[in-house]
Ligand binder design. Structure first.
Ligand code: PLP
Length: 403
């Protein structure tokens, strides 16, 4: 389809006919009959919470991401909290992270009473800029938390180098990046701890859920205890050993992922490769078409990266447009295209402004990108027609507002 041949008919926001008659969300889960059967089977079994499916899912997941261990949690946020705990973050410590993320990445540092220190992002991938990170390392720094924004892996090599030189722990927030690769290695196999989310819009879902992958047996043990009240054994182990005694050895939480959720995760994991292939196909279609539209910039991919495409965030070339991002967002929504915005930079949220005194202007690259960002619909069940509708709507709206 030639994008340039689409005429700027009256926009739906101005009373014209929308590009499509039904709303297309920016993300959506895929749940099939086998998923439902797997969950039902567990519901009929003896173990609804920590049972055999938890270990099965964790082992399969660890193998898939190339890590020695994987520990499941009730959400990606709980997994981040646990990783921050296992890294030893405590009051007085600092952890360096990106403002271009969901607030949970920085919040996990606050949960530990430590202080998040933001470093600006690189203008291309919008991932944390290793040069900016180096400038923020102080005697208080204990951890670095890069995020694989939109599914494009962060530039981990210089971050790991800096961490090794300064004795820091790297917690990679890969909630967008299950299945991504960096320099030929799988995301999940590289950082000290790598965190994933199984929220319904992510690559695989357990309803709510998360995982930490690590090659360290010590981290894995601490993570397991932390998610289970700080107790050193699990109820099922005690039952099969015929024992009642247990010991609480650290202050943990109940962050367990139920057995039926893990059964769903096991099933979903089987479709991860097909899911990734479809996301990559959609991204390639978008990028080829959007290159032809002067008012938009498709997301770049660095040569050593194979992104997982959780999101497909375009940037508007505002200099070539007569409308701002808000107007283009509303016009696309009126065309029934469920665009979204990822992210409001974390330091600009009222909580962070009030607590740390941010005023805006501190992280010019992240803030400049934020004014231009729009995430297009991206999920594996999108049909070819859905993809064409998105391209047609972007072409229609952007050409209408072109200078
Ligand atoms: C980058 C990032 N980190 C952390 C999270 C938190 O994950 P969850 O929603 O599973 O708690 C999300 C979820 O949306 C995310 O996008």
């Amino acid at each position: 389809m030639s994008v340039t041949s689409i005429s700027p008919r009256t926009l739906a926001i101005n009373g014209g006919e929308p590009v499509r008659s039904t709303f297309l969300p920016y993300g959506r889960q895929s749940v099939d009959e086998a998923d439902i059967q797997a969950v039902v089977e567990v519901l009929r079994s003896d173990w609804l919470t920590t049972g055999p499916k938890v270990g099965e899912f964790e082992q399969a997941f660890a193998a898939r991401v190339g890590a020695a261990h994987a520990v499941s949690f009730s959400s990606g946020t709980a997994a981040l909290h646990a990783a921050a705990f296992a890294a030893g973050l405590k009051p007085g410590d600092e952890a360096i992270t990106t403002p271009m993320t969901f607030a949970a990445t920085a919040n996990c540092v606050l949960y530990q009473g430590a202080t998040p220190v933001f470093a600006d992002v690189s203008a291309d991938t919008l991932n944390i800029d290793p040069g900016q990170v180096t400038k923020k390392i102080s005697s208080k720094t204990r951890a670095i938390l890069p995020v694989d924004y939109a599914g494009h892996p962060a530039d981990l090599a210089p971050l790991m180098d800096a961490a090794r030189r300064h004795g820091l722990i790297v917690i990679e927030d890969a909630c967008h990046a299950l299945g991504a690769e960096y320099r030929g290695a799988r995301v999940g196999s590289l950082a000290d701890m790598t965190v994933f989310s199984f929220h319904p819009v992510k690559h695989i879902t357990t309803g709510e859920g998360g995982m930490v992958a690590t090659n360290s047996a010590d981290f894995a043990e601490t993570l397991r205890r932390f998610r289970n009240h700080g107790i050193s054994s699990e109820a099922r182990q005690r039952q099969s050993a015929g024992q009642w005694h247990y010991e609480m050895v650290l202050l943990g939480f109940n962050y367990r992922l139920p057995d039926f959720a893990c059964a769903l995760g096991m099933q979903q994991l089987k479709r991860l490769d097909a899911n990734l292939a479809r996301r990559r196909e959609i991204a390639a279609l978008y990028t080829a078409a959007l290159r032809e539209i002067p008012g938009v910039v498709p997301p770049p991919v660095l040569p050593d990266a194979n992104p997982a495409w959780h999101l497909y965030p375009i940037r508007l070339n505002l200099e070539k447009l007569t409308a701002d991002r808000g107007q283009i967002f509303r016009a696309l929504r009126a065309e029934n295209i469920g665009v979204n915005v990822h992210y409001i930079p974390v330091h600009l949220h009222p909580y962070y402004k009030d607590r740390f005194g941010f005023r805006g202007g501190e992280f010019p690259v992240a803030e400049g990108a934020y004014a231009r960002l729009l995430s297009l619909p991206m999920f594996p069940a999108m049909s070819g027609e859905d993809v064409n509708d998105v391209i047609a709507a972007v072409a229609k709206v952007v050409s209408f507002y072109s200078r």
